[in-house]
Design a protein around this ligand. Sequence first.
Ligand code: 3MF
Ligand code: MG
Length: 344
Amino acid sequence: MAGDYRFSFGPWNIHEGADPFGPTVRPSISFARKLKMYKKLGFDAVQFHDDDAVPDMEKLTPAKIRKEAAAMKKMIASEGLVAEFVAPRLWEHPQGIDGGFTANDPACRKWANERAKRCIDIANALDTRLIVLWLAREGTYIRESKNAIEAYRWLLESINAMLEYDDKIEIAIEPKPNEPTDMAYVPTIGHALAMAQHSVDPKRVGGLIETAHALLAGLDPSDEMAFALSMGKLFSVHLNDQNGLKFDQDKSFGAANLRGAFNQVRVLELADYPSTGRFVGLDVKAMRTQKADVAHKHLANSRAVFLRLLEKVRTFPNEIAQDCIAARDYEALEMLVLEHLMGS
Ligand code: 3MF
Ligand code: MG
């Protein structure tokens, strides 16, 4: 029972298991082999960083970048897949060390804005209109290193430049409060949508909400999603899970908090999310302990949990719940939810 939900993930979600304290533990899987796994795992769309689609793009001319992206489009189409979005990966390049859009060095800001245009070219060649901005290093390690007021203005200028470069693209800001920076600019969807309203074309700027990122900000992911949904601004999601305030864990969906996951599925259902045509992205990582031949299970598992919870949402005893709400007996409502989730 998939409803009409369609699922996506990015090539980084099948990975070699390195973490800050240890090297890789699994062999690399080629992009072509990863592509073959999508449909088998129940997924229909690929999420891309710009250089996932066009490796070594920094060494290529804009024309060559477009050509390689067009070849990638053919490659995914031959697997029956589409591209969901392209995100400029500014945070791995030396010019992006101090953030790209908000770098103190004007040459770095210029580089970031040019790279964003190439990212849009790639999105066009891949036939998607959605650009995701995870603002990884746009923030500070120490507050005194930047003028935050100026930085926020530069960020808005960069967003406007992207909107003006192509009048069809949509931008989904993926807020995250910290990591890799100590404090990130645009830490929540509230910040993201405020920026959207100040852009030159508010309709085309929305958000991608990641479960773990909302939790790291101390917020409830389903309410964050509701905020964006109430304005028609939830352009994608990165469902996963997070065991408290620590590094961004990208655990399988529902693995730390099944009820929290239920509420995220519930809010998507309440908004009839599939009718928006948007994808459900799963930004999950395999545990480092996982052996190579089973290092893709987290993706199928997360999707399976989503679908089981969708069943729970659709079979929820709404009439009884309405009686509880009318009587303002939220203790009874809470027990109803728990009983329903536990099953008989
Ligand atoms: C970091 C993330 C990123 C973004 C990705 C696409 C590597 O916490 O969630 O995953 O989702 O860059 O925007
Ligand atoms: Mg993410």
